[in-house]
Design a protein around this ligand. Sequence first.
Ligand SMILES: [Cu+2]
Length: 143
Amino acid sequence: MKTFKSTKLFILLFAIIISACQSNTQSNEKVVTEPSVFFKNIQTGAVLASPFLVEMGVEGMGVEPAGKVNDLMGHHHIIINSNFIADGDIVPADAKHIHFGGGQTEYQLELEAGNYSLTLQFADGVHQSYGEKMSKTINVTVR
Ligand SMILES: [Cu+2]
């Protein structure tokens, strides 16, 4: 009887240890961050004097000049008063869409006074968007 009890206890402890290990593994997986882009130096709601410096950040991917398509690599774009570009679509080249095909991560943006949405959009070497998950939109006021 005593042996049976301790065996039961051992199995119970074993089960607790196993489940503790599993929940650790799960929470570690959740900590892994998805690749993302962000404005390093400007928060949404900022009031700025033109021209102002825009510092473009990326996590989980690398910046390289446009030209070739490489996994997890690309370049930044700033989109003014327009939406992010859907995954796989080409980022247009016009006054609203500024490409940083040289691999730049900083830009002096000049805008007339007013309210703007600024979207940072990451895209691959042939300007195909990485989609909404690799974009970030903020709203700013230019005095
Ligand atoms: Cu581009």
